[in-house]
Design a protein around this ligand. Structure first.
Ligand SMILES: Nc1ncnc2c1ncn2[C@@H]1O[C@H](COP(=O)(O)OP(=O)(O)OP(=O)(O)O)[C@@H](O)[C@H]1O
Length: 413
């Protein structure tokens, strides 16, 4: 396996806004949100819950974290996957909901992340349980979603203040990046910041992750380093896909990557195989479980190809995504710069050599009227023995078989 990894606190966590005012962009959404929060502070909530919706990395989760800090409220954060059934929801929130806060908090706020991830088929009761939670709660509840218009969310929508978050503008993204650079003591020209911001397409999380990748191990990011960003952009989809699988909060999120039209599953196998260990260390349990799922995916893919059983593909895809993401005892998210798979690198390096060898074998086999596979099994082993004992003679035979000079040695290896 390649290069030693340096693991750092993700800058997206380190620089999460501490106050509502630090959440950049989305002025209108912020105004609406603050008015809703104020209605709670005054004791007369307009609606008991708010549904913050919009693209990833736009600040939906961050504004709730900032609210908790600013008001000294206890933050109770749940993911949709924690509350699939009414029992699960009650278990997680039992005691917390209608009791007073301790530990010096002056109130509570409940954050239910990614409610659009709840599947009504498999998680029967989950949505109904959230509806009941909203009706009974004495504390503000915030739900987040990327897509709020899913028909299954209708009962929730009716109970919530709907607040739309939009992509973050380039100028705001650059401002945040600039601030991080100055705090981290990283020198970075405006052209570089501008390129990172362009590349992120309104997703501040992606921009901060890119900046951290570029700054890894150095104090100055120059125009020349943009080359790396260029490479990253080319591989962007595979980087993002690997990150989605390895840091998925729940298995369905990892499974979602299988619906991407650009997914190259053979490539994904290689990338996961290279990077699981870095993302999941130090948990040996998580590493073992993830590689176990990946090896089953590999078995399914091999059987699928050998026996032309295409139905096995869906099992392979589930194993390499949801299976990997279901590893037990996964450590908390940390920033990892993913590596290009070593196997692919070696194959790419030896490609020219292998092609030359194949051409030489093909030519020699034709000369003595046998198939290439017959040549490999019935002729080459003898030639190798001759080569070991009498190099000159072996090379002469190969020359007579029409193997070009620059492939002579290759044919005997
Ligand atoms: N508007 C913002 N202001 C400041 N920082 C932000 C903003 N939006 C995102 N970030 C940064 O990006 C990170 C991810 O943002 P956040 O978790 O709030 O996104 P989100 O909109 O909830 O995305 P998702 O839908 O994927 O959960 C944050 O930790 C923070 O560092």
């Amino acid at each position: 396996m390649s290069a030693v990894k340096v693991q750092l606190v993700p800058w997206t966590e380190k620089y999460r806004p501490a106050r509502i005012a630090d959440v950049v962009g989305n002025e209108e959404a912020k105004k609406k949100y603050v008015a809703w929060i104020n209605s709670w502070v005054k004791g007369k909530p307009s609606k008991k819950a708010a549904l913050l919706y919009g693209p990833p990395g736009s600040g939906k989760t961050s504004i709730v974290h900032a609210t908790a800090k600013e008001f000294s409220w206890e933050l109770i954060e749940l993911n949709a996957s924690d509350v699939r059934t009414r029992e699960a929801l009650q278990q997680r929130l039992l005691g917390a909901l209608n009791t007073r806060s301790v530990l010096g908090y002056s109130g509570k706020i409940i954050l239910l992340d990614e409610v659009d991830g709840i599947s009504t088929k498999e998680d029967a009761g989950g949505l109904q349980a959230i509806v009941e939670l909203i009706e009974k709660s004495n504390w503000p509840i915030v739900l987040t979603a990327n897509d709020p218009w899913d028909p299954k969310l209708r009962p929730l929508r009716d109970l919530c203040e709907l607040i739309e978050f939009k992509k973050i503008g380039k100028r705001d993204i650059m401002k945040v990046l600039e601030n991080i650079c100055s705090k981290e003591g990283v020198e970075c020209s405006r052209e570089v910041l501008s390129a990172i911001a362009d590349n992120a397409k309104g997703d501040l999380r992606a921009a901060i992750n890119d900046l951290q990748s570029l700054a890894m191990g150095k104090k100055t990011i120059s125009l020349a380093d943009l080359q790396i960003l260029g490479d990253r952009a080319e591989q962007e989809t595979i980087f993002d896909i690997v990150r989605s699988v390895l840091t998925a909060k729940y298995p369905e999120q990892a499974l979602a990557v299988t619906r991407l039209p650009s997914l190259d599953y053979e490539m994904l196998m290689q990338w996961l195989s290279e990077n699981i260990v870095y993302q999941y260390e130090p948990s040996l349990q998580a590493i073992a479980d993830a590689y176990d799922a990946l090896s089953w995916a590999d078995i399914m893919l091999t059987r699928m190809k050998r026996e032309q059983q295409w139905a096995l593909l869906s099992y392979a895809l589930e194993l390499m995504t949801a299976g990997v993401a279901s590893a037990r005892e996964r450590p908390p998210f940390k920033f990892v710069k993913y590596s290009f798979p070593e196997k692919l690198r070696i194959l790419a390096r030896s490609k020219e050599k292998r092609e030359k060898f194949v051409r030489a074998v093909r030519g020699a086999a034709a000369k003595i009227h046998v198939s290439t596979s017959k040549f490999r099994t019935d002729v080459l082993p003898y030639l190798r023995v001759i080569y070991e004992h009498d190099k000159k003679r072996a090379l002469e035979i190969l020359r007579n078989l029409g193997v070009p000079e620059d492939a002579l040695e290759l044919a005997t290896q």
